[in-house]
Design a protein around this ligand. Structure first.
Ligand code: AVJ
Length: 334
């Protein structure tokens, strides 16, 4: 099976600057609570640092999710059945995919990712491991509706969204995306076989466990957060003093999320793309949200997005959960 090549699409201006990155940073730094979307962490260095994070003793989500996929492969097979086309949203470098694919015996695999490089690399790696599985990569932004390859027309689908990536989104955005996923999967689905979605979510737990997971002893998460400043300086002609910032991870208990910030340690003035910004000591740039869910809050989120939870699996410590949901029938509400 040859994997079709995917090219990287970045909208650059004359100076080679990524327009979307520039727009997000200039807008985010102009707001009263400065904020930059978490997706901009993932340049080459940031992606490497995230891989390093997944191996930290304090960072449990990756291991917990893999444990679920290994321990419950029989359950997945029974609940999902063979022959579906597995559509993975934001496949990245996913090491978890083979665990699922081996368990359920699908008819095709459709990885969707915004980064063509990652897409190609992971599709190639998978093709080696599962030589008989047709792979149809799609380079796209999975938060919007995506046209499925014609090859899976009429085939039942399973959406796969592991990693608790949904936790990066505020509920409003998460619900929008769940609805888009539903529309993406429904187009071309066989009548009478609604799409399924297998999604990973991190559970609400003690801040004693949560904070170290986002502020580890070796400082890898700090380096991951601070790398955003290095990236802004390099790609957006920034003059941000990296040494003036400190990595901060806080648990917002009301909203049940871990927030990462970059806190100014002294008053600073800097420019980005020739625009001037000031920060007082103690001001922060909010760089990431990682929402945590319980059984009911997860169900509420999924239902709002058009998905009915069917089954749920936890790791042995109940730190992480995977939920199997089905596209909700559009019937009259009681
Ligand atoms: C990639 C969304 C799973 O929220 O745990 C890890 C990224 N940030 N450490 C998460 C992350 C800091 C992450 N996800």
């Amino acid at each position: 099976m040859t994997v079709q090549q995917a090219l990287r699409i970045v909208d650059e201006d004359e100076a080679g600057i990524d327009k979307a990155f520039k727009r997000d940073v200039l807008k985010g730094l102009s707001e009263p609570q400065k904020a930059v979307p978490a997706r901009w962490f993932y340049d080459e260095r940031g992606s490497q640092l995230f891989e390093d994070i997944t191996r930290l003793p304090e960072y449990y989500p990756t291991r917990a999710e893999k444990e679920i996929l290994r321990a419950h492969s029989g359950d997945f097979r029974a609940a999902i059945g063979p022959g579906r086309a597995v559509v993975e949203f934001g496949s990245g470098s996913s090491a978890k995919t083979p665990l699922l694919l081996r368990a359920i015996d699908p008819s095709a695999y459709v990885p969707i990712d915004i980064s063509g490089e990652f897409l190609r690399a992971s599709a190639d790696r998978l093709a080696e491991k599962l030589p008989d599985l047709p792979i149809h990569p799609v380079e796209a932004d999975f938060t919007r509706r995506v046209t499925m390859p014609a090859e899976i027309d009429g085939t039942a689908r399973l959406g796969f969204f592991p990693g608790s990536t949904i936790g990066n989104m505020v509920p409003r955005t998460a619900v929008d995306m769940l609805r888009e996923m539903r529309a993406t999967l429904e187009a071309g689905s066989p009548a009478g076989t609604p799409p399924l979605l297998l999604i990973g979510m991190d559970r609400i737990k003690s801040r004693k466990v949560l904070i170290p997971a986002y502020d580890d002893a070796q400082g890898v998460t700090a380096a991951f957060n601070l790398n955003l400043i290095t990236r802004i300086n390099r790609e957006l002609e920034g003059t941000m003093p990296v040494d003036a910032f400190r990595h901060q991870a806080v648990w917002n208990d009301d909203i049940a999320r871990v927030e990462m910030h970059l806190e100014a340690q002294r008053d600073i003035i800097f420019t980005v793309c020739e625009r001037e910004f000031t920060m007082a000591a103690g001001d922060t740039i909010h760089t990431e949200n990682s929402h945590k869910y319980g059984r009911r809050s997860a169900a509420a989120l999924l239902l709002a997005g058009g998905w009915t939870p069917l089954e749920r699996w936890n790791d042995h410590d109940s730190r992480f959960m995977m939920i199997l949901a089905e596209a909700s029938p559009l019937r009259s509400a009681p």
